[in-house]
Design a protein. Structure first.
Length: 268
């Protein structure tokens, strides 16, 4: 399963390509094979922090479900009042020949808009997470290199792996995500991504994702605190903190939830 905003973790899925660093690919395959539930229901708090340390708080509820190798998810904004009932739906296909599909409901206009692929790199609800970050990336569209087999994040032994777009997908990836390079730190003991650096192709900006407070919930490693920070050079411009308040795995049965018509009708 790709992690969607239910957890908002950039984890990659797919198969190997010719020219791949086999060691790096084997590690990423283990990341992909780590069980993360067949469905997720979660309540989250999203805190936006600007360069003056001024904060805005959002609350959201999200649902996602696996359909074979494909994933569908829907997110509803709960608070504050000015964003309440704004909703986002995504259908993410494992087949790289199919474009992922996304829709957004804007209650002020009472309108459902389908988001073009070029909008996926835009910020979600003013946060440092883009729509592309939430949808996840397909491993088959990237190539990998093991930079450091003995990296360390907060005392955790990690693999440091670089991902760059495969040549045949390069322009597509840049157009849709904005990134031309990503580095991941993956724990050796659990194959969990605990940090990612994401480099924007057409900008001096880069983003850093940190994954913390990882708990075992029903045998599933679940991050309760995630931070995405945007830098221009070395200067911090903005940060987004995502806190997981509640999570329930493997209980979703209603497939009608993941339709564009459901965007107007939050199941609260």
């Amino acid at each position: 399963m790709k992690y969607i905003v239910s957890i908002i973790l950039v984890i990659l899925t797919g198969v190997s390509l010719a020219g791949q660093d086999q060691r790096a690919y084997d590690i990423m395959k283990k990341v992909d094979e780590r069980y993360d539930g067949d469905s997720i229901t979660s309540l989250q708090t999203l805190i936006l922090v600007n360069s003056k340390n001024q904060k805005k708080t959002r609350q959201l509820k999200s649902f996602s479900k696996e359909y074979g190798d494909d994933t569908r998810s829907i997110i509803y904004m709960l608070k504050p009042a000015e964003v309440r009932n704004t909703a986002f739906l995504s259908h993410n296909w494992s087949d790289s020949s199919k474009d992922d599909e996304s829709w957004m409901y804007l209650p002020a206009l009472d309108r459902v808009d389908r988001l073009p692929a070029s909008d996926q790199k835009n910020a979600f609800m003013g946060s440092d997470f883009s729509f592309a970050d939430m949808n996840g990336f397909e491993l088959e569209e990237w190539q990998y290199r093991l930079i450091d087999e003995n990296a360390d994040i907060n005392g955790q032994p990690c693999y440091r792996i670089e991902a760059v777009p495969a040549e045949s997908f390069r322009q597509k990836i840049i157009d849709e995500t904005g990134y031309d390079r990503v580095e991941h730190w993956i724990t050796k003991d659990s194959y969990m991504t605990v940090q990612s650096h994401l480099y924007l192709a057409d900008s001096s900006k880069n983003k850093v994702l940190n994954v913390e407070d990882i708990r075992d919930i029903e045998g599933i490693l679940t991050p309760y605190r995630m931070t995405m920070k945007t830098y221009k050079g070395t200067r911090l411009e903005h940060a987004s903190l995502l806190l997981l308040n509640e999570v329930v795995y493997n209980t979703l049965e209603d497939d009608n939830l993941f339709t564009s018509g459901q965007l107007r009708h939050p199941p609260m």
